[in-house]
Design a protein around this ligand. Structure first.
Ligand code: ZN
Length: 240
């Protein structure tokens, strides 16, 4: 049982050291994540706007070709006007010409709108370019900073990670999951010991009767105030 308690305490010590290493990274991992997200959003936005611009251009070209075709037909109708034999034919041709005038107007209006849209899109795209560039530079520098910090501590971290795995392997499943649960809920500290008659996790006094029980090292105790696993000073001795 003492071994079980010692192992739990040692896992805590290793995790404390790993947490310290992570704290050295400060806000950098988060900043990198946020910047990456921002950049991806802007890129997607930019792509969407460029696609819209492209399709606007294609549609305008299509419309211009259509207008050209209608004008060719109108020329034919107008030529035919001189060859009509009666009013009925004349009326039919005039109607056709008026109708195609209407179509041309519609297409021209649509093209004007599309050109407007393309103009707005160009402004947006021109604005996004420098913003994207700036964010990418910032990300690059933050990533370099983070890499540097990780590199500086890589050896220490590797050693700690290896021994953490060893200790984790020695701990029983239920103990480990309870350890992890408390660790998550209690700012990383799941195992506390008794220091000057108090729980080292929450600094509340541990009743002397309870202290005696804990010192027997034959059971898993939890602090009645903070819920952390409470081990005796003996179990918290690391030099073994
Ligand atoms: Zn406590």
């Amino acid at each position: 049982m003492l071994d079980r308690l010692k192992t739990l305490y040692q896992l805590q010590v290793i995790d404390d050291q790993l947490d310290e290493l992570e704290e050295l990274r400060g806000d950098l991992p988060n900043t990198v994540k946020e910047l990456t997200q921002k950049i991806n959003n802007i890129k997607a936005d930019l792509q969407e706007k460029q696609d819209k611009q492209q399709s606007s251009l294609e549609k305008r070209k299509e419309n211009e070709e259509e207008i050209e075709k209608i004008r060719e037909n109108q020329k034919k109708f107008k030529a035919q006007l001189f060859q009509v034999r009666n009013n009925k034919e004349y009326d039919a041709l005039t109607k056709e010409i008026d109708h195609s005038d209407g179509n041309i107007q519609k297409l021209e209006e649509e093209n004007a709108q599309l050109e407007n849209l393309a103009g707005t899109l160009t402004v947006d795209i021109d604005e996004l370019g420098p913003i994207l560039f700036e964010l990418e530079e910032e990300l690059e520098s933050k990533e370099a900073d983070l890499k540097e910090i990780i590199k500086l501590n890589a050896k220490e971290e590797a050693v700690l990670t290896t021994s953490r795995k060893q200790f984790e392997g020695k701990i029983k499943g239920p103990d480990y999951s309870s350890y992890m649960k408390i660790r998550k809920a209690k700012k990383g500290i799941a195992v506390a010991t008794i220091k000057r008659s108090a729980c080292s996790g929450c600094h509340n006094i541990v009743p002397s009767q309870r202290q005696l029980e804990i010192r027997r090292n034959n059971k898993l105790f939890y602090c009645e105030h903070c819920g952390r696993i409470l081990v005796s000073p003996e179990a918290a001795e690391i030099n073994q």
